[in-house]
Design a protein. Sequence first.
Length: 179
Amino acid sequence: MAVVGVGGVGSNVIQLARAFGAGPIIAVDVRDDKLEAARGLGATHVVNAAQGDPVAAVNSLTAGRGVDVAIEALGRPETVVNAFLMTRDGGRTVVIGIAPGTTPAPIEITRLVRRGIQLMGSYGSRVRTDLPELLGLVARGQVEVSRPITRRYRLAQADEAYAALNRGEIVGRAIVTMT
């Protein structure tokens, strides 16, 4: 599988993928520090999209086949398209990144149809069934919810936190504390 965008959400996707036995897990991002953090959370391979064609790199890592599942966790048109192009014939592209307003992503219709790729969006989980399972993974040490947290901000610094997030400076997750 590939996880495109390994910030706060993508880094947790990597942990969940590892806990459920996915492999290889390819992390794709434009920052080396985020890619190294992703490796520490379970990514088996990393691709720096700022240093070349990420689709070609992922296809090279999969012997030209593509990934069974590509999860896009950023919400940018180009990363949605890249995740789609990384997906093998009959595979699945799942978009979980949120884009501003009504931002479109140009998906190649013929590829979608002829190659039988499933394209879907996902916004959250089924709390009653998924949360107990997630808590079980945490209790067994398979997912570390605190590990991706790399920055803490006080409530008065919330604007600063959002500015750092918008600049892509936060590796993993940042939290705003109410103290």
